[in-house]
Write a protein that binds this ligand. Structure first.
Ligand SMILES: *Cc1c(COP(=O)(O)O)cnc(C)c1O
Length: 823
C-alpha cells in the first residue's frame, strides 16, 4: 500500500497543487480510477482518467458527495474550492509516473510476464508454487493494462520480497510505457498467439513490441519451439545482454529440455538441465497447461534455493478460476461465489460487485470469508485491513472460517461469527441466519467453500440458463465501437431482457453507463426502480391504469396516439407536475403504433404548446426490415419519412430533442443513421446479422439423469416415435417443452452437445424430459448437456424450429434458473 501525502504526489507527477482546503498533508492510502468502485473511505485519491468513450471528470462532484476529497485532473474547469486538486496535462500519464516512482523504492526482484495467452495462469501458479519461500505481491486478477499495471505496482510495499506482475498490450507504443513501471528482473514470454493481432502489422512486430518489457531484465524465460518468433527473441537477448532461459519440448537447442508423457488425466514431466534431471507431475493434460507448467518450472528454478522442494507442489496446481458466479440463494438471498484465490485485492473487487448487485430487498450484506493465505502481510495487520475493507463497503455481518481469522476475531468491528473449519460451519448451519441478504462467499481453495454455497443455494433442478455477463459487456462494446462517442445507447431489457434476466442485467448495464433502458410495460420498470436502477427508463407500452406508477417511479412513457397523449397529460396535471419527459413514436412503415400523418403531428404540437405539462425528450421510429438487404429501398423510405416527420416536431419546439430509429441490425447495417441515440436489443444478447465478432452470452444446459441400454425393436417415448435399430444407449435428460425447448426439436431434428460431440434427440420431446442417443459415448449420469450455447448456436436452433432467435431466447421458461457468470 502506498503512503504519500498529496503534496508529495503533486511533485512526483509534476502537477500543480490547487488546494484551498488544507488537505495537502493528508496521507493518501487508496487510489481510485473507477468511480463506480468507490463507495466510501478516507485518504482516497481519484484520478480522473479520460478515454475515447468516458471521462472521469464527469464523476468528480458525485465522488465529492461520497466524501472523496482529493483529485488528479487534467481539466481545470472541474476544480472546485471544496476539495484538493492536482492539475496535470494527462491523468493516465500521471498515474503511470506515480507507479514508476513507487516501483523504484523497492529492490526485491520482480517477475514480469507478457505474451498472448497464459499470463494470468502462469502468475497464479507461480504464486502457488513459491508462496512458502517468498512473500509475494502480484497483479490482482488480470490487471495488466495501461491502468491495471500501475495499480498493481502501487500495491508493492516492504512486506513483500517478490513481485509477479503481468503486462498486456493491444497496440504498439504501449509496452514502452509499461516497461519502466514494472522493471522486471526476470521476464517470462508466455507465447505469441494471434489475439489482438488487428493493431499490429505482423506477428513479428507484435513480438518485438512485447519484448520491450524485458529491455533491462537479467533473465528471460521463453520456449524455443515457435520457429517464427524464436530468432527474434534470441537476437533480442543478445543485443540487450539478457540471459536466455530457454526451454523446448521438441528437442530443439535450449537450456532446459522437457519430455512429457500422459496418463490418467495427469502429465508427468522430466526437465533436464545439462546433466541434472527433475521429475514432476501436473493434474492436467491439455497443451496450454503443460506449456504454462514449463514456464513455471523454469522460473521457479531460477528463483528458488531448492527446486526439488517445489516439485511436489506442481501436483496440487488447480485451474485458475477467474469468475464470480451470481446465484439465487435460499430465503430471498443472492449469493456471490468467488472462486478466485483469496487475497486483499480480489476481496476488494468482490466487495464492489456485492455492492453493485445489492437490491432494496436485501436488508443485510454478509461476507463468508476464510483465512486469507499467503499474502506476505503480518496477520494482525492483514485482518485489520480486512476489517477496514468490510467497514468501507458497509458489510453488516462477517462469518469467518479458519483458525487464523478466528484467532484475530477481535480485529473485526461488525456483527460476526467464527468457525474453526468449514465442517464446523456445516454442522452448526442455521438456515434462518441467512435471509434477505446478499452474501459474498469467498474462500481459499483448501476451505472447499463449494459446500457452503450448496447449503445456501436454492435447490433448483439441474436445468439452467447460464448467462455470461462478461460476454454481454463485450457485445455492448462491439456495438459501441460502431457508434460515435456522443451517440446515446438505449438497451432493450423488455421481456426479461430477452429471457436472460431482469435486475442482474439492468444493474450491469447501469454500471456500464448505458443511457437508457427500455421495458415493455410499467410493472417491469417499477421492479427495476425498486431494485435500485436509477438511469432513465422508457416504457414502450404504457397502459392507462399504470400512469400513476409511471409518474411515481419516474418512468418515461412512449406516447403513440393522441388519446394516450391526452390521458397522460391529465395524469400529469393531477399530480401538479410540469415538463414530464415523454417519447413520441412515429409510424414510418411498420404499421404498428405511432403517429403517421402530418395532421396528427400538428395536433400533438398544438396540444403541447397549450401548456407546459409534457416535454418531448425524444422522437423515434422502428424499422420493419433492417436485417434484410432485399428490402433496403423500403428501409430508406422509412428513414425519409422519419426525417420529414421528426423535423416538423423538432423545428417547432424550443428545446433539444433526440432522434432514434436504429435497432441492432440497423446499427450494424446503417450506422450513418445513428442520429442522437440507438436502441440495442438482440445484438447485445449475441446475435448479429452481419457477422460481428459477438460472444455467446447464454447457455441452456442440463445434466443426464439416467442411462439406459436398448435392443433393436424397442422404442423410445410417446407414440413409440423413437425406433431402435441397433444396440443403443440412451440418456434421459430433465428438459422438456415446458422448459422452453421446442417440441419440433424431437425425432433427430434437434441435437445436444455432450462430451465433445453432438448427439441427436431420440423420439418425441416430453413435457419435462427428453432422450438422447448417446451410444458409444460412455456417458454417465451427471454429465453436462448443452442445448444451445458455445457449441450449438441460438440461430441454429431457431432455424430448425422455423422461428427467429428472439423467440428461442425469450421462450426459455421462467422455471429454468438463471445463473450469472462474471469475471
Ligand atoms: C425490441 C425493440 C428494439 C430492439 O430490436 P432488436 O432487433 O432486438 O435490436 C428496438 N426498438 C423497438 C421499438 C423495439 O420494440
Amino acid at each position: 500500500m502506498i503512503e504519500y501525502t498529496l503534496s508529495e504526489i503533486a511533485t512526483i507527477v509534476h502537477g500543480k497543487l490547487v488546494d484551498h482546503t488544507g488537505f495537502s498533508d493528508q496521507k493518501i492510502k487508496q487510489i481510485v480510477t473507477d468511480s463506480r468502485t468507490f463507495f466510501k473511505g478516507e485518504n482516497a485519491l481519484f484520478f480522473a482518467l479520460t478515454g475515447p468513450r468516458n471521462n472521469g471528470h464527469k464523476y468528480i462532484s458525485n465522488l465529492e458527495k461520497k466524501g472523496l476529497n482529493a483529485f488528479v485532473v487534467s481539466d481545470a474547469s472541474s476544480i472546485t474550492p471544496d476539495a484538493a486538486f492536482i492539475q496535470v496535462e494527462d491523468t493516465t500519464k500521471a498515474l503511470q509516473h506515480l507507479a514508476e516512482y513507487h516501483r523504484k523504492k523497492f529492490q526485491y526482484p520482480v517477475v514480469g510476464i507478457t505474451g498472448s495467452n497464459g499470463k494470468t495462469i502462469v502468475k497464479e501458479w507461480l504464486h502457488e508454487l513459491l508462496s512458502e519461500e517468498f512473500r509475494i505481491v502480484r497483479s490482482p486478477k488480470s490487471y495488466n493494462s495501461q491502468i491495471g499495471v500501475p495499480l498493481s505496482v502501487l500495491l508493492m510495499d516492504n512486506h513483500f520480497n517478490l513481485g509477479i506482475l503481468e503486462a498486456g498490450i493491444s497496440k504498439s507504443e504501449e509496452m514502452k510505457k509499461l516497461a519502466p513501471i514494472i522493471q522486471p528482473e526476470i521476464g517470462i514470454l508466455t507465447n505469441i498467439g494471434d489475439a489482438h493481432q488487428e493493431n499490429f502489422q505482423s506477428k513479428q512486430q507484435k513480438t518485438e513490441e512485447k519484448l520491450l518489457l524485458f529491455s533491462k531484465a537479467k533473465k528471460l524465460v521463453f520456449c524455443v519451439d515457435d520457429k517464427n518468433t524464436t530468432p527474434l527473441v534470441q537476437a533480442f537477448c543478445k543485443s540487450h545482454g539478457v540471459e536466455a532461459v530457454s526451454w523446448t519440448r521438441q528437442n530443439n537447442k535450449a537450456l532446459i529440455q522437457f519430455t512429457t508423457y500422459q496418463e490418467n488425466g495427469n502429465t508427468t514431466l522430466e526437465a533436464r538441465i545439462s546433466e541434472k534431471k527433475y521429475h514432476f507431475k501436473i493434474p492436467f493434460t491439455d497443451a496450454s497447461s503443460v506449456e504454462n507448467a514449463c514456464h513455471c518450472f523454469a522460473t521457479a528454478w531460477i528463483l528458488s534455493e531448492n527446486t526439488e522442494k517445489i516439485l511436489s507442489r506442481f501436483g496440487q496446481l488447480a485451474p485458475v478460476a477467474m469468475r464470480l458466479e451470481i446465484k439465487q440463494g435460499i430465503n430471498n438471498c443472492l449469493l456471490i461465489n468467488d472462486y478466485y484465490n483469496s487475497d486483499l485485492a480480489s476481496l476488494s473487487i468482490a466487495l464492489s460487485v456485492l455492492h453493485q448487485q445489492a437490491k432494496k430487498g436485501h436488508k443485510k450484506k454478509q461476507v463468508i470469508l476464510s483465512d486469507i493465505q499467503q499474502t506476505g502481510i503480518p496477520e494482525d495487520e492483514l485482518y485489520r485491513q480486512v476489517n477496514h475493507l468490510l467497514q468501507r463497503w458497509e458489510i453488516d455481518r462477517l462469518v469467518g472460517i479458519g483458525p487464523k481469522i478466528s484467532a484475530h476475531q477481535d480485529a473485526f468491528s461488525l456483527q460476526k461469527a467464527f468457525y474453526p473449519s468449514t465442517e464446523d460451519f456445516e454442522q452448526e448451519f442455521l438456515r434462518t441466519r441467512f435471509s434477505d441478504s446478499i452474501i459474498l462467499i469467498k474462500g481459499a481453495r483448501a476451505f472447499t467453500f463449494e459446500k457452503i454455497s450448496s447449503l445456501l443455494q436454492q435447490k433448483a433442478h439441474q436445468t439452467v440458463l447460464e448467462i455470461d455477463l462478461n460476454a454481454l459487456v463485450h457485445n455492448l462494446n462491439i456495438f459501441r465501437g460502431l457508434l460515435h462517442p456522443s451517440t446515446k445507447t438505449m438497451v432493450m431489457v423488455k421481456a426479461f431482457s430477452y429471457g436472460t434476466g431482469d435486475v442482474e442485467i439492468a444493474k450491469l448495464l447501469q454500471f456500464q453507463n448505458v443511457d437508457y433502458l427500455a421495458v415493455a410495460v410499467a410493472d417491469e420498470g417499477v421492479e427495476l426502480r425498486q431494485a435500485g436502477i436509477q438511469i432513465p427508463l422508457i416504457v414502450m407500452n404504457p397502459e392507462e391504469h399504470s400512469f400513476q406508477h409511471i409518474i411515481d417511479y419516474r418512468l418515461e412513457p412512449n406516447i403513440y396516439s393522441i388519446k394516450l397523449l391526452e390521458a397522460f397529460e391529465e395524469a400529469v396535471d393531477r399530480n401538479a407536475l410540469q415538463q414530464f419527459p415523454i417519447h413520441l413514436k412515429l409510424e414510418t412503415g411498420m404499421n404498428r403504433l405511432g403517429f403517421k400523418t402530418e395532421e396528427e403531428i400538428e395536433s400533438i404540437l398544438s396540444s403541447l404548446e397549450q401548456n407546459n405539462r409534457l416535454k418531448i425528450v425524444s422522437v423515434f421510429s422502428h424499422l420493419a426490415t433492417s436485417d434484410d438487404p432485399t428490402f433496403d429501398d423500403f428501409t430508406h423510405e422509412q428513414f425519409q419519412r422519419f426525417d420529414v416527420l421528426s423535423d416538423k416536431i423538432i423545428s417547432r419546439l424550443p428545446y433539444k430533442i433526440d432522434r432514434h430509429i436504429l435497432n441492432s441490425s440497423g446499427i450494424e447495417r446503417f450506422p450513418g443513421k445513428q442520429m442522437e441515440m440507438v436502441r440495442l436489443g438482440i445484438g447485445l444478447y449475441g446475435v448479429s446479422v452481419t457477422g460481428l465478432p459477438l460472444q455467446n452470452i447464454s447457455t441452456f444446459k442440463s445434466i443426464i439423469s439416467q442411462i439406459k441400454k436398448l435392443k433393436p425393436g424397442e422404442t423410445v417415448g410417446y407414440s413409440r416415435k423413437g425406433q431402435i435399430e441397433r444396440e443403443t444407449e440412451i440418456a434421459v435428460v430433465p428438459v422438456g417443452y415446458a422448459d422452453g425447448l421446442d417440441r419440433k426439436l424431437g425425432n433427430s431434428n434437434g441435437e445436444a452437445y455432450l462430451k465433445g460431440q453432438r448427439v441427436p434427440v431420440i423420439g418425441n420431446i416430453c413435457m419435462d424430459m427428453l432422450m438422447l442417443d448417446v451410444t458409444d459415448l460412455k456417458a454417465q449420469p451427471g454429465d453436462s448437456v448443452e442445448f444451445f450455447g458455445p457449441h450449438i448456436s441460438i440461430s441454429e436452433v431457431a432455424q430448425k424450429t422455423a422461428t427467429i432467435p428472439y423467440e428461442v431466447l425469450t421462450g426459455i421458461s421462467q422455471r429454468v434458473k438463471r445463473v450469472y457468470l462474471h469475471e
